[in-house]
Design a protein around this ligand. Sequence first.
Ligand SMILES: *Cc1c(COP(=O)(O)O)cnc(C)c1O
Length: 443
Amino acid sequence: METQNNWVARSLQHVWHPCTQMQHHETVPLIPVSHGRGIWLYDMDGKRYLDAISSWWVNLFGHANPRINAALKDQLDKLEHAMLAGFTHAPVIELSEKLSALTGHALGHSFYASDGASAVEIALKMSFHAWRNGGQTEKQEFICIQGSYHGETVGALAVTDVSLFREAYGPMLQRAHVVASPDARLAQEGETATDVALRAAADLERVLQQRQGKVAAVIIEPLVQCATGMAMHDPIYLRRLRELCDQHQVHLIADEIAVGCGRTGTFFACESAQIWPDFLCLSKGISGGYLPLSLVMTTDSVYQAFYDADVRRGFLHSHSYTGNPLACRAALATLAIFEDENVIAANRQKSQMIASAFAGLKDDARVKHVRQQGMIFAFDAVVDDAERASTFSRRFFSAALQQELLMRPIGRSVYLMPPYILSEEEIALLAQKTMNVFEEVMA
Ligand SMILES: *Cc1c(COP(=O)(O)O)cnc(C)c1O
């Protein structure tokens, strides 16, 4: 039988891993996964890891979820794939109906792709093209928020403000305007989270005034800017953003790829502010973490801007796997779990349990900005030494593996984004292991 080390060596030889400086694998271990069950992943030696970050924020109801597995097996014997141009099928129809209903039909039209970055590209192109079809050809610019992350294809990277990902490709990009972040951690002496949000909104207003008539859309990750380190903001920012977009006739794109599907406490994060965007991007959790699927939901008014006899006025964007039936079926099974198991209400309780399990952090001088939004919990480690700070994330990741834990801090922001199925005991275990790792890394 082949050993775990053999698999590692073979992977390093021929697989170029994402988001990784491959040379670091000379010291940081690579884990060959054999199978998954619930919140656990198992390596080829049988060692287990608690998937505390939902395998990059995609898994909602555990690995090898029985209901999603059954739905996929059933779908596999019916239809694995058919092209969506000129053809349609039950899974994509039912999914589009259900999603529309979840927005009270405010966003009644869903356009499909396979990954998050493509959904962002679609929203950007659709906004641009909708204005163009309406004769407003001047509206060509986009605004994004400081620290935003919207994916890494060239269009998505143009509205991404994480320099580590963007820097090397600067000359390739049509850069967007970057406005102040409502990140509550930016509060100055005496300021509340609301103050920070309103201050950031004023910056947005300034740019909208400056670029009057030139801006197609503002794109935002509502409530939590995840990739920049779980930066959270007051929902008042979203209400103000909606008002400003209406006032200046600019589209609002909500990138809910990470924060949608119940992650922040409501099914869509925008619900927390009682607003709807003009475009809402979903991916990651929508298929339960099973298959690549993304989509952009939009309004009747945007849809009508393309509805015409002229082909060139249509939205001709396409992907080979658009609306893949297996992926849509996984999404339907995922939505059925939300309905049948009252997941949003259950998550509210779990979110409180997580807060209680980490209550001790409040008076820990090695920690700042303990924060939480639904099923995302985060805190920042205080590490003064520059060298130790720069290696904090990798040291934490390695130490976590020793504790049967899969966690990858972003810089010094330690976060949990677990599957929704974890039990009270598992929450306690997760908190205890996290603190063990933290002690070790801070020692
Ligand atoms: C992950 C993510 C994306 C990109 O999705 P991919 O499927 O990785 O291309 C875009 N926006 C946000 C907010 C994300 O978290």
